[in-house]
Design a protein around this ligand. Structure first.
Ligand code: 3PG
Ligand code: MG
Length: 395
């Protein structure tokens, strides 16, 4: 993969695909981690006198303009972080994009409107996607792929444009791939993976792959209840994916066969309903009352997980242990994060939600070896899949 140093960018128009998909509430960015992570590459290009055209997506507007998903607030924040104004194009490849990109001087930056306003960006039809990619590529001379969080998407801006323009990987993509390589090649053991989050169906591929690699697999969050149910326990009103039970039983068997220590919650916070202020109590994970739902791992589980992490040499963590957005149910996620910080392992926090949780809980980001900007992307990498956005940068 060629890096930024391999491109002669001075005076050239450089299209940077970034992942600026940040949470925004009422026009206010609530976690700017991905914008901050995108700054160094843009800054490097600015310093080298490129005309920088940044493109990115926000949310899932599904191929049409929708003010709810405008990138305008992101342009403003990016400008603050760069310490220089960032122009904003009110469309992706239309009149505004053309005039804003034409007006750029060396060292200036413009952000295009949300790529996903254009149906060609995500189209499954190669020709449709390619036609949009040609227009996007027409705005620039060179392409830099730096949107790590989106490299698992076969989208025009990720996959097709680098096949049209001379390209390089940005610093963020290089750094993220370097870390994930460490988790696949030169691993120090014990290797412990902690998975959480709501849906086990999102994690099937990665679990299947990890069972042949890890020493321990700790499972919390909403997906743990499908595992508990698969072991024959009552899970009450907790999240449950009935249609995944057979698959999960297969994982339990496979783990036992391979000698992988697959660790499930032993106690949970069982709440009366899904709410910030819901009444709740600690119950054994094997005895969740029929009218209750588990919203976090309990205190014994937090200790158990911490003990399973204490002597690890490599840790990958993806997915919250409970509903961390509610203070009352954030303790499990906090405990796991703190166990990572306390360990001497090489620690990687994988992705969107877990990274946001670390920052929301006020934990020090430098307490981890690496906080990835890509959840889906890092999971698919660990699954052993070919990521379209990396493959396109490869040649
Ligand atoms: C993400 O937030 O997961 C990335 O930005 C990719 O977005 P997507 O899941 O909507 O494709
Ligand atoms: Mg995603």
């Amino acid at each position: 993969m060629r890096g930024l140093d391999d491109l002669e960018v001075t005076g050239r128009r450089v299209l940077v695909r970034a992942d600026l998909n940040v949470p925004i509430e009422d026009g206010v960015i609530t976690d700017d981690g991905r914008i901050r992570a995108s700054v160094p590459t843009i800054q490097t290009l600015v310093a080298r006198g490129a005309k920088v055209i940044v493109c990115a997506h926000l949310g899932r507007p599904k191929g049409e303009p929708n003010p709810k998903y405008t990138l305008r607030p992101v342009a403003e924040r990016l400008g603050e972080l760069l310490g220089q104004g960032v122009a904003f194009a009110a469309d992706v490849v239309g009149e505004s994009a053309l005039s804003e990109t034409n007006a750029l001087h060396d060292g200036q930056v413009v952000l295009l409107e949300n790529l996903r306003y254009e149906p060609g960006e995500e189209s499954k039809d190669d020709a449709t996607r390619r036609a949009f990619a040609e227009k996007l590529a027409g705005l620039a001379d060179l392409y830099v792929g730096d949107g790590f969080g989106a490299v698992h998407r076969k989208h025009a801006s990720v996959y097709d444009v680098p096949q049209i323009l001379p390209h390089a990987a940005g610093g963020l993509v290089v750094a993220e791939v370097g870390v994930l390589k460490k988790l696949t090649d030169e691993l120090e053991r014990p290797y412990v993976v902690v998975l959480g989050g709501a849906k086990v169906s999102d994690k099937l591929g990665v679990i299947a792959n990890l069972l042949s690699r890890v020493d321990r697999l700790l499972i919390g969050g909403g997906m743990a209840y499908t595992f508990l149910k698969a072991q024959g326990h009552e899970v009450g009103q907790s999240l449950l994916q009935e249609d995944q039970l057979d698959q999960v039983r297969g994982f339990l068997d496979e783990a036992a066969k391979r000698g992988v220590d697959l660790v499930l919650p032993v106690d949970v916070l069982a709440a009366t309903h899904f709410a910030e202020d819901a009444g709740h109590e600690v119950v054994e994970a094997t005895a969740i009352p029929a009218d209750r739902q588990g919203l976090d791992i309990g205190p014994k589980t937090r200790e158990l997980f911490a003990s399973k992490l204490a002597d690890a040499r490599t840790i990958f963590w993806n997915g919250p242990m409970g509903v961390f957005e509610f203070d009352a149910f954030a303790g499990g996620t906090r405990a796991v994060a703190e166990a990572l910080i306390a360990s001497e392992a090489f620690t990687v926090v994988g992705g969107g939600d877990s990274a946001a949780a670390v920052r929301k809980l006020g934990l020090p980001e430098d307490g981890f070896s690496h906080i990835s900007t890509g959840g889906g992307a890092s999971l698919e990498y660990l699954e052993g899949k070919t990521l379209p956005g990396l493959a396109a940068l490869e040649d």
